[in-house]
Design a protein around this ligand. Structure first.
Ligand code: GLC
Length: 523
């Protein structure tokens, strides 16, 4: 496979939120086509689209009722294909979400399974007479679900679900389920997509006496999936969503003989970027990288600041979680499950300097970065909407009705109130807008191969408020320096030579005084 992904920047797109082309108040593929030039203008290379399948939408589309069809709100299969072609025509690749751990309870497989014990589909799901098995398994949607088992009256048995009770888990002990899922993958790959972000993969199997996560059986299945993909679609990219510690993530890359994913999200680094910034102390970042193993040749981490879910705090200690809630979720409604349902700009107190610092930091760490739609203009959130919907509101294009998202009088969710000030059109002309700062960061990053895919080493600054590291490749090296504190700091850099900051184009010497929240990418 050509390893194009190492050099790419990704963008997470929620079709429902992007552009309504029919006037029904909901975004669709035809609308999104009109907005591809915006995505391209950022300097992005690949789009991840959140689930676009037929679904009752009880979990943002992660509850699929037909894997081979597009949700009617989003358009038709032809519209999907037109979107794909339009993206490809602009040099943008497209990966879709593959939700393989569970279906919607509206899926015909589950409907057949619950109605007839002898149906071949019964064994597509995980059943119990008592609902007492696998008691060591944690509950993920803690705010809503009390158990991973729910009783189904029609079936007369309990069924297993790691997420909402409307999302029964598929039974991967049944090889027919493997074949079904492979056929789903073939269906979309035959249409020309470039890969999948594979949802919730740690939970595919259940075994008594374990926590039912990251099981050896799960890895064997994922290796089988990769063998199918390599044999039939060698250009297909697979991205793992596994919200786990670094040492648990490593096996999801597999080995040279038995590969699994080319890319895994690095979940634990994400909350530590916020933690370091608020504590004005780099220690948490250094510690998690020290704990991050080397990964196989040809693979990469994926880094992110926000996504469509709550800002998860599952990968921090209970003490840090509490502290993060105090710092970043002062209102009870800002909390959700084990995380925080807020967007990037408000988390940064709508302070552009902090927003710039955390973006520059995440864009200079090793890994393939992914941006979340709307964060490039500093969009806000709406904590009064239920579930995670407060970070999934309509994209803000201009100051006209509904922020230019739709002509309808009623939208799937209201536009954030400040849209007249915060929108793409208003930010186009201002070189210091969130939008143009995003473009600038991506542009400068794209010109520095060391930042895109170089090696990584921390540089001692003798000051816990100043984080510094080098990225290097061949003869090229770039020194990234971040003053996490809101006070001026003086540091000595590691070499006595003049430096040039590629972000500001200004020169500096080795003995520098750093302005509050300063960011430098020195060559
Ligand atoms: C993933 C998705 C999340 C969804 C869950 C269940 O974690 O990111 O949005 O609710 O899987 O499918």
């Amino acid at each position: 496979m050509s390893e194009w992904y190492h050099d790419s920047v990704f963008y997470e797109l929620y079709i429902r939120a992007y552009q309504d082309s029919t006037g029904n108040g909901r975004g669709d593929f035809r609308g999104a086509i009109e907005r591809l030039d915006h995505i391209k203008s950022l300097g992005v290379d690949c789009i991840w689209i959140m689930p676009h399948y037929a679904s009752p939408l009880l979990d943002g589309g992660y509850d699929i009722s037909d894997y081979r069809d597009v949700h009617p709100d989003f358009g038709t299969l032809d519209d999907f294909k037109a979107f794909l072609d339009a993206a490809h025509a602009r040099g943008l690749r497209v990966v879709t979400d593959l939700v393989m751990n569970h279906t919607s309870d509206q899926h015909p497989w589950f409907q057949a399974a619950r109605q007839d014990k002898d149906s071949p589909y019964r064994d597509y799901y995980v059943w119990s007479d008592t609902g007492t098995e696998y008691a060591e398994t944690r509950i993920i949607f803690l705010d809503v679900e009390a158990s991973n088992w729910s009783y189904d009256d029609v079936a007369g048995q309990y069924f297993w679900h790691r997420f909402y009770s409307s999302q029964p888990d598929l039974n991967y002990d049944n090889p027919k389920v493997h074949e079904e899922m492979f056929d789903v993958m073939r269906f979309w790959l035959d249409m020309g997509i470039d890969g999948f972000r594979v949802d919730a993969i740690p939970y595919l199997y259940e075994r008594e006496g374990t926590n039912c996560e990251n099981l050896p059986e799960t890895h064997l299945f994922l290796q089988k999936m990769r063998r199918m993909v390599d044999a039939e679609y060698p250009e297909c990219l697979l991205i793992a969503e596994a919200n786990m510690w670094p040492e648990e993530l490593l096996p999801y890359f597999g080995t040279a003989e038995n590969p699994e994913f080319q890319i895994c999200f690095h979940f634990p680094i994400m909350p530590r970027l916020y933690q370091a910034l608020r504590a004005q102390d780099k220690t948490a970042i250094e510690e998690i990288w020290a704990r991050t193993p080397d990964i196989p040749e040809g693979t990469s981490w994926m880094t992110f600041l926000r996504n469509h879910d709550e800002l998860t705090l599952e990968m921090v200690t209970p003490e840090v979680r509490q502290w993060m809630w105090e710092q970043y979720a002062p209102e009870p409604r800002m909390k959700q499950n084990m995380g925080i349902r807020r967007r990037l700009a408000p988390l940064m107190d709508n302070n552009k300097q902090k927003w710039f610092l955390i973006n520059a930091l995440f864009l200079s760490l090793p890994g393939v970065p992914i941006l979340y739609y709307g964060d490039e203009i500093g969009m806000s959130d709406n904590i009064w909407l239920p579930d995670r919907h407060g970070v999934r509101t309509p994209m803000q294009w201009d100051a006209s009705k509904n922020a230019g998202f739709s002509d309808a009088d009623e939208l799937y969710f209201p536009v954030i109130e400040n849209y007249r000030e915060v929108n793409v059109a208003a930010q186009e002309k201002d070189p210091t807008s969130y939008l143009n700062l995003t473009r600038r960061l991506l542009q400068v990053r794209s010109e520095q191969p060391a930042l895109r895919h170089g090696g990584f080493a921390f540089v001692e600054t003798g000051n816990t408020a100043v984080l510094a590291f080098r990225r290097f490749i061949d003869e090229q090296s770039i020194l990234c320096v971040f003053n996490l504190s809101d006070e001026e700091q003086v540091v000595m850099l590691d070499e006595k030579r003049p430096y040039r900051d590629v972000l500001s184009n200004e020169n500096a010497t080795f003995d520098i005084s750093l302005a509050p929240r300063a960011v430098h990418w020195f060559i």
